[in-house]
Design a protein around this ligand. Structure first.
Ligand code: HEM
Length: 704
């Protein structure tokens, strides 16, 4: 049928196809190279058949311009790889959403709230601190005589920089205007959620009822969301029910424990409180937070909380920087003891917090918490700073388990993303998930979501507990958490939905940024003259041994050229994020057939000998007096893509990559580890959605 449809139209040229597999055998494990080679024979627009999927590959800047600029809209949908179906990612992800109002709103929010010049300027100090931490950690590794894994270190730093940048607004006040905007968005997303679009992507699959398959595949992720919703609804229902009945049933279990407490303090606790969820009780020097979970569903979130209790410590740890008094002793004197009791079907988590110095510091604590809670305009900046600090600390403190966990996950996800998947080439096979890619992705993605959920939940819970602390005038106080919980249900929903955008940013922004830093450092080591020149510029403008500031970049043209040259020679996202056409589109006299996926080989374009002199040489000089930039207007160099789908993180990446590379250069001399000469450095690439260095760069820093 497809043959009939395209009959008489001229498909772009391409290699001869074998039965069933088409051209799949020609791809190999370095598709960016094999497709570049094939383009030499078949031209800058060629058509391959990968399994059942038509794939059009663009390999020259002229055709890229045609596709990404002149016919931008027609090419602005994404090709949805099978793996993206895990946890319904494609339905929520900005990267995969079709160009429509939801996508447009997301981009608008990002462009104006996160990545605009003003917003980035506002968050640059905190990024500077993170880069200083990177330099500091290199220093201490140098003292210990250890080599630095540049990619790994840059990854952690990118993550920190990102979380600081992205959360600057919303974490400080999750209920702000931008949150409302998001709420609108979420509504639209929900509508989109119900739209069946599978058959659009995999028409061959329609008769196999792909919807049913996907539903099963995403049961886990959906369940996650349902837990939250169900928990709220159930509680709301229960509230409407007869209290006596509920109480009688509860009496058999842990409710008894709480009743006993209430008898000791009759004036403070009444039954109503107990029937609610959470109780904070002061007992002499000990404050005990008792959280009673009437069922496992509620327990889920509380377990998240207990996992991330460390978070609380971090917050307290950061406060002194914003408050003139030191409360560090407090940190040392707080011991969290988390216990989980299971009494019949009731979970009881107790988190005991020993605050020996509590009475002395209570007043201060209250002031701080007030400060933390008041979202007044005057406080916004410092509040933002505070929340940034909280988040980055917890997400990416190099020593925290959650940071490691997160890093592993992101790596696993990106690797899996780049693994050639039979399901993509043979959609009929998709339901069998032959390599288990989707299954694995579902596990990873769900895990990632849990991490974020845990963090958000913790923030909200902390806020609630803190509110009560501030309100309370006695040393005995209650947190009727659940009633609060219900009252913020909608807000939490908004936040949970927002996670999906956030996940994406972290995945899209960490590996890309850090891999660029790693390639830049490798090239600098291999090209000592370039390194020398860069150091001289830094010495001139900044002075040796200092971390550079984003505002210094305008005075560092050579450093900026190094970054451009790195992006040219090592396009981190070699085929951009694949596009797809929804109908037959004519390009340069050929038909790009409906539903084909489109790879723009940015890697090949940036090494095209027709455009670039000595294309394989690392020569930043070529950019020093050139107007060529990476912003999607010069099609000879499009590492961030172009057109409406261009990478929204570009402004951030073009600040943080040169700042990281420049600071590393300015503070250290670098030597390849293991006594290897820099000339021998292996520059082999490993193909994935991002182009990694096959052999991680290990280098020894020597402070200047
Ligand atoms: C050196 C660093 C980076 C490179 C080389 C890079 C490259 C790219 C490329 C090639 C695309 C696809 C563009 C297209 O289809 O035309 C893209 C999309 C995207 N990037 Fe980046 N990126 C980088 C950093 C970042 C950062 C720091 C963030 C966010 C914090 C980010 C977020 C995104 C998102 C959300 C998309 C999807 C946009 C859409 O589909 O509408 N990227 N990036």
């Amino acid at each position: 049928l497809e043959f009939l449809k395209t009959r008489g139209k001229k498909l772009p040229p391409g290699p001869t196809r074998l039965p069933i597999i088409g051209n799949l055998h020609l791809i190999g494990d370095k598709p960016h190279k094999s497709l570049t080679r094939l383009a030499k024979t078949h031209g800058p627009i060629m058509c391959l058949r990968l399994g059942q999927i038509d794939t059009v590959v663009i390999s020259s800047s002229a055709v890229a311009k045609e596709v990404l600029q002149k016919q931008d809209l027609a090419f602005s949908s994404r090709s949805i790889q099978d793996v993206v179906h895990a946890v319904d990612h494609y339905k929520y992800s900005m990267v995969y959403l079709p160009v429509g109002s939801t996508w447009r709103n997301m981009r608008k929010i990002l462009n104006s709230n996160v990545f605009s010049g003003n917003s980035l300027d506002g968050s640059k100090e905190i990024r500077r601190r993170k880069v200083a931490e990177l330099v500091e950690s290199c220093r201490s590794q140098s003292r210990r005589g250890e080599a630095v894994d540049i990619g790994g270190a840059a990854f952690t730093t990118s993550l920190n920089l990102l979380s600081n940048t992205i959360f600057s607004r919303d974490l400080a006040d999750p209920f702000s205007d931008s949150a409302k905007e998001f709420k609108e968005l979420v509504r639209k997303i929900t509508v989109l959620n119900g739209t069946p679009n599978f058959s659009d992507f995999f028409p061959v699959l329609a008769r196999f009822d792909p919807q049913g398959i996907r539903r099963r595949m995403t049961v886990f992720a959906t369940h996650l969301r349902e837990i939250f919703r169900g928990m709220i609804d159930e509680r709301l229902e229960k509230q409407k029910l007869n209290h006596v009945h509920e109480h009688e049933e509860a009496k058999k279990d842990a409710i008894d424990v709480l009743l006993a407490i209430s008898q000791q303090n009759p004036q403070e606790i009444d039954r109503k409180h107990i029937e609610h969820l959470c109780l904070v009780r002061a007992r002499k020097n000990n404050h005990i937070l008792l959280i009673l979970c009437p069922n496992y569903k509620i327990c889920w979130d509380l377990i998240c909380f207990s996992f991330y209790t460390k978070f609380w410590i971090w917050m307290i740890d950061e406060l002194p920087k914003f408050y003139p008094f030191t409360i560090n002793p407090l940190v040392k004197l707080i011991n969290f003891k988390i216990e989980l009791y299971i009494i019949s079907n009731v979970f009881l988590i107790t988190i005991s917090i020993r605050l020996n110095y509590f009475s002395n510091t209570l007043k201060l604590f209250k002031i701080i918490l007030k400060y933390f809670l008041n979202g007044g305009a005057a406080f916004t900046t410092s509040l933002n700073l505070l929340s940034n600090t909280i988040f980055s600390r917890d997400l990416a403190d190099p020593f925290s388990d959650s940071a490691k966990e997160f890093k592993e996950l992101v790596r696993k996800i990106t690797v899996l993303n780049g693994t050639p998947n039979f399901s993509d080439f043979f959609p009929v096979l998709a339901r069998f998930d032959p390599q288990g890619i989707r299954r694995r992705m579902t596990v990873f993605a769900t895990h990632l979501r849990e991490i974020f959920r845990g963090l958000y939940f913790c923030i909200l819970l902390l806020k609630l507990v803190a509110e009560e602390l501030v309100k309370s005038r006695t040393s005995v106080f209650f947190v009727s958490l659940f009633s609060k919980y219900i009252s913020i249900k909608k807000k939490i929903d908004v936040i949970i939905e927002r996670l999906k955008l956030v996940e994406d940013l972290f995945i899209a922004g960490t590996d890309t940024t850090s891999v660029t830093v790693e390639w830049a450092m490798a090239e600098l080591l291999k090209n000592p003259d370039v390194m020398k020149k860069a150091k001289a510029e830094l010495d001139d403008v900044i002075g040796k041994g200092k971390v550079i500031d984003e505002s210094d970049l305008s005075h560092l043209p050579y450093l900026r050229s190094i970054v451009k040259e790195t992006l040219r020679l090592h396009a981190p996202v070699p085929f951009l994020v694949p596009r797809r056409v929804g109908e037959d589109i004519e390009v340069c006299g050929y038909i790009v057939p409906k539903n084909s996926q489109v790879f723009v080989n940015a890697w090949a374009i940036a090494r095209d000998p027709e455009t670039w002199n000595d294309p394989l040489e690392f020569k930043p000089e070529r950019f020093v007096d050139s107007e060529v930039n990476v912003k999607g207007r010069d099609f000879d160099l499009i590492p961030f893509g172009a057109g409406r789908r261009i990478c929204p993180g570009l402004p951030l990446a073009m600040r943080v990559v040169p700042v990281m590379v420049g600071s590393l250069l300015n503070c250290f001399e670098w030597k390849v580890a293991g006594g290897m000469s820099a000339k021998e450095l292996d520059m082999e690439e490993k193909f994935g959605i991002t182009l990694q260095k096959a052999y991680p760069l290990h280098v020894v820093p020597i402070p200047v």
